[in-house]
Design a protein around this ligand. Structure first.
Ligand code: IVH
Length: 681
C-alpha cells in the first residue's frame, strides 16, 4: 500500500533537493564566475529554508550540502562544477576560513547578544565588500597569501597580493611573533573600479558589476603587472596564531597597525546594543564617503578568551555576526526623460534626476531601460522615483512613489520618440526585443563617432591620441566620417584643430601608421561588426585567414566556429552585403591594413576526415581548445551543436543534460576521452 506520509512529504523532499542545487549553483556563480545571480537577502532566505527542511528530514543529510560548507572560489567545486586554467598553488588553510551569520535588524542583533556572556564588550567594524584573504608571515616575511577557496583550502595569490602597496612584504620589528596570520579584505577602490570599467567599456569588454567582482577577477589574473596597474587595496581585520600578543581583538588590531598594516579607523568598542545601533546609524550614512565599498557592519566579541569559549558552528563563529545594510535606494524627482543613442543605435530612455547621493557617488542620471518599463510603471516627468545603485554599474530606476494629492493628469505622459533624437531617422523595433533602434548606421552621429572610437581603441587598432574629443572635433570639421577616413588624414588637417599642435598631430599620424601592422584578428574586431567581440574575432580570424574568404562565408559555415551562433553569423553576412562596408574595406586594404593572417595549421593526418564532432563536458588529459585543435589536425570538423549530421560526441565529465538528451534522441554515439585518444593514436 502507498505510504500516505511519504506522499505528503514528497514535495518538501523535492524542494530540499532543488534548493541544494540552486544554492550550490548560486555559490559557484558568485565565487567562481563573479556573476552573482541572487541578492544576499534572497540567498540567506533560501539557505534558511534549506536548513529548516534538512532539520525535518535528517535521513537526507549530506555532508556536501551548501548548509555544511561555505561557498568556494576554487577552480573545482564540491558538486563537480569547474573552471579550467587555474595556475595557482592550492594550499590547506592553517585555520578554516569561515563565513559570518547575517542579521538585518535590531531584533536579530539582540537575539545574538542574548546568547553571549553578560557585560560582553562588542567590537563594531565596517564590513568591507571585497574578498577575503589570509596572509601568512614567517619571521616577519610574507610567505603566503591565500584566497578563502572552499574554506578548507585556498589558492595562493601571493604575487598578486604583493602588488598592494599597503601590504608589507617584510616587517622589521622586534615584537613580531615567529608566525602569525592576518586576514582581511581585498578591495578595488571606487575610483579605480570606475576607471577600469570605463576602459572596459571603450574596449567593448564586459563590465564588472561592482567593485567586489572587479577585485575578485583581478586577484585571479595570471599577470601581476596587470594586477598592479588596476590598483587593489586591502583592509585587515583578524589576527590568528599561537602565543600572540594581547588579550582582546581590539588590542591585536592596534598592534597590527603599529606593524604597518592598513587597519580601519572606524573600529569601535561598544558596551551595549544601543551603542551598536548608534554605530550602525552613523556608518549607514557616513560609509558613502569612503573610498571603498562596504555592505554592512561586523560585530565581534572583543575578549579573546570569551571568543574561544563561544567557539564556532560548522560555518560561522558564534562570537561574531554581520549586520547587512539595506540595498541603497533613494527617492528623488524625475525632472525629464531624455533619449540616448548608443554606438549600435539602441535608443535608451534616461531619467534626468534631482541629484542624490547613492553608494558613494552623486547620481543625476539613471536608466529607465526601455519603453515597456516606462509604460508598465507609468512613469512620467514630475514623478518621485526610486533610484537604486545595487549590483549593477549604471544606476537604475526601480519604482515610482504614489502620487499623493497630485493630479495624475497634471503630469504629461512622455511618449517614446518615433524618430532618432540624433539624426531624425525613423526608429525600428526588432521583433522580440524591447529596444528601439536607429537604423541609420552610416548617418547617425553617435553611431558614426562610436564606430570610430571603437576602431581606434586599445584592443582594436590602438591608435594613440585619437580620443573621443579629437574624433568629435574632426567629425564636426567633416574630416572623419568613416573608419577609412582615418587613413586619409593629413598632418595639416590635425594640426589646424584647436588645442592640437604639430606635436600631437605627429603623434597621431605615427599611431595611424603603426596601426597598419595590427594583426588581422584585431582588424576584424576593430570593424565593429555587431556582437563580434575580441575573442570571437580571434576565433573567426583563425578559421578564415583572409578577409576574402570570410566575405563569402555563409551563415551556416560561420556557425561551425566555436562561439558563433546564428545571430552573430547573420550580422557578419549582413555586414558584407552592405556595399558601403565593402567600399570602406577596399580603402582600408589600399591603406595597407592587415587583411590576412596566419593560415591555420594544415591537417597532419586524415584519421578524422569527414567526421563532424561535438565536444561536451570537461576533460582530464587535454583542454577543450586542445581537443578542438587535435580534431582539426586530424582532418575532422569541430561543430558546436548536436544534429543529425554529428558523427559522434567527444564526451567528458559532466556533459550538459540538453546535449545528452539530444544525442539520445538522434542516436548520436558518445565517445569517451580515452576512446577518442585511442582513435587518433
Ligand atoms: S571577520 C570568522 N571582519 O565578510 C570570520 N569579516 O560574510 C572572520 N568581511 O568572509 C571574518 N569585513 O570576507 C570580518 N571587518 C570584517 C569584515 C569581514 C568584511 C567579510 C569576510 C568574511 C565575510 C563574511
Amino acid at each position: 500500500m502507498m505510504d500516505l506520509f511519504s506522499e505528503i512529504e514528497e514535495p518538501e523532499r523535492e524542494e530540499l533537493t532543488a534548493l541544494r542545487k540552486e544554492l550550490e549553483e548560486a555559490n559557484y556563480k558568485y565565487y567562481v564566475l563573479n556573476m552573482p545571480t541572487l541578492s544576499d537577502r534572497e540567498f540567506d532566505e533560501k539557505m534558511h529554508r534549506l536548513q529548516e527542511l534538512e532539520a525535518m528530514f535528517p535521513d537526507m543529510y549530506d555532508a556536501k550540502s551548501p548548509t555544511q560548507h561555505v561557498g568556494s572560489d576554487l577552480a573545482v567545486t564540491g558538486y563537480g562544477l569547474r573552471v579550467t586554467g587555474n595556475k595557482f598553488e592550492t594550499v590547506k588553510h592553517k585555520y578554516p576560513m569561515l563565513s559570518l551569520a547575517n542579521s538585518y535588524s535590531r531584533e536579530e542583533i539582540e537575539d545574538w547578544v542574548r546568547k553571549l556572556p553578560s557585560n560582553v564588550e562588542i567590537v563594531c567594524e565596517l564590513k568591507y565588500d571585497g574578498l577575503s584573504i589570509s596572509l601568512w608571515y614567517e619571521h616577519g616575511t610574507l610567505v603566503r597569501a591565500l584566497t578563502r577557496g572552499d574554506g578548507q583550502q585556498g589558492d595562493d595569490v601571493i604575487d598578486n597580493i604583493k602588488t598592494i602597496p599597503s601590504i608589507p612584504w617584510k616587517i622589521e620589528r622586534d615584537d613580531v611573533p615567529d608566525f602569525f596570520e592576518l586576514r582581511g579584505e581585498v578591495l578595488l577602490p571606487w575610483e579605480r573600479f570606475e576607471a577600469l570599467n570605463k576602459e572596459r567599456e571603450e574596449q567593448e569588454e564586459p563590465l564588472f558589476a561592482n567593485p567586489r567582482n572587479a577585485a575578485s577577477g583581478t586577484l585571479k589574473l595570471q599577470d601581476p603587472r596587470e594586477v598592479a596597474r588596476r590598483g587593489l587595496d586591502a583592509y585587515l581585520y583578524y589576527m590568528l596564531g599561537e602565543n600572540l600578543p594581547g588579550t582582546t581583538h581590539f588590542e591585536r588590531l592596534e598592534t597590527a597597525k603599529t606593524w604597518g598594516f592598513h587597519i580601519s579607523d572606524a573600529i569601535k568598542v561598544c558596551k551595549n546594543v544601543d551603542e551598536v545601533m548608534a554605530y550602525i546609524a552613523y556608518w549607514d550614512t557616513e560609509r558613502k564617503n569612503l573610498p571603498v565599498a562596504t555592505d554592512g557592519i561586523v560585530l565581534k566579541v572583543n575578549n579573546l578568551a570569551q571568543q574561544e569559549e563561544l567557539g564556532f558552528t560548522a560555518k560561522t563563529p558564534r562570537w561574531a555576526i554581520a549586520y547587512k545594510f539595506p540595498a541603497e535606494k533613494q527617492l528623488t524627482l524625475l525632472k525629464e526623460i531624455t533619449y540616448q543613442v548608443g554606438r549600435t543605435g539602441v535608443v535608451t530612455p534616461v531619467a534626468n534626476l534631482e541629484p542624490v547621493q547613492l553608494s558613494g557617488t552623486m547620481v543625476q542620471r539613471a536608466t529607465l531601460h526601455n519603453e515597456d518599463f516606462i509604460k508598465s510603471l507609468d512613469i512620467r516627468p514630475g514623478d518621485k522615483v526610486w533610484v537604486e545603485k545595487g549590483g549593477e554599474i549604471i544606476p537604475k530606476i526601480v519604482g515610482r512613489a504614489d502620487r499623493e494629492g497630485l493630479e495624475v493628469s497634471g503630469l504629461e505622459v512622455s511618449g517614446f520618440p518615433t524618430h532618432c533624437p540624433e539624426c531624425g531617422a525613423e526608429l525600428v523595433r526588432v521583433e522580440g526585443e524591447a529596444a528601439w533602434r536607429c537604423p541609420n548606421e552610416a548617418g547617425c552621429p553617435p553611431q558614426i563617432k562610436g564606430k570610430i572610437e571603437h576602431f581606434v581603441s586599445r584592443k582594436a587598432m590602438n591608435i594613440d591620441g585619437l580620443g573621443e574629443e579629437t574624433i568629435d572635433l574632426l567629425y564636426r570639421q567633416g574630416l572623419l566620417h568613416t573608419i577609412a577616413d582615418i587613413y586619409d588624414l593629413k598632418i595639416e588637417d590635425i594640426a589646424a584643430q584647436e588645442r592640437l599642435g604639430e606635436k600631437s598631430a605627429q603623434n597621431i599620424l605615427a599611431g595611424i601608421e603603426a596601426s597598419k601592422q595590427v594583426p588581422w584578428a584585431r582588424v576584424l574586431f576593430a570593424l565593429g561588426i555587431r556582437m563580434v567581440g575580441e575573442t570571437t574575432a580571434k576565433k573567426i580570424a583563425k578559421r578564415y585567414n583572409t578577409i576574402d574568404t570570410l566575405q563569402w562565408a555563409t551563415a551556416e559555415q560561420l556557425c561551425a566556429i566555436e562561439d558563433v551562433g546564428p545571430q552573430i553569423a547573420e550580422n557578419i553576412v549582413k555586414y558584407f552585403e552592405d556595399i558601403r562596408n565593402l567600399e570602406i574595406l577596399d580603402r582600408l586594404r589600399q591603406a595597407g591594413l592587415q587583411m590576412e593572417g596566419e593560415a591555420e595549421a594544415e591537417p597532419t593526418s586524415d584519421k578524422l576526415a569527414g567526421f563532424s564532432i561535438v565536444i561536451s563536458g570537461t576533460f582530464s588529459q587535454h583542454s577543450r581548445d586542445e581537443y578542438k585543435a587535435i580534431i582539426e589536425q586530424n582532418g575532422g570538423k569541430n561543430v558546436g551543436s548536436v544534429s543529425k549530421k554529428t558523427s559522434f560526441i567527444l564526451a567528458g565529465e559532466n556533459m550538459g543534460p540538453e546535449k545528452r538528451k539530444k544525442a539520445e534522441e538522434l542516436g548520436v554515439k558518445l565517445v569517451s576521452e580515452e576512446e577518442f585518444l585511442g582513435m587518433i593514436e
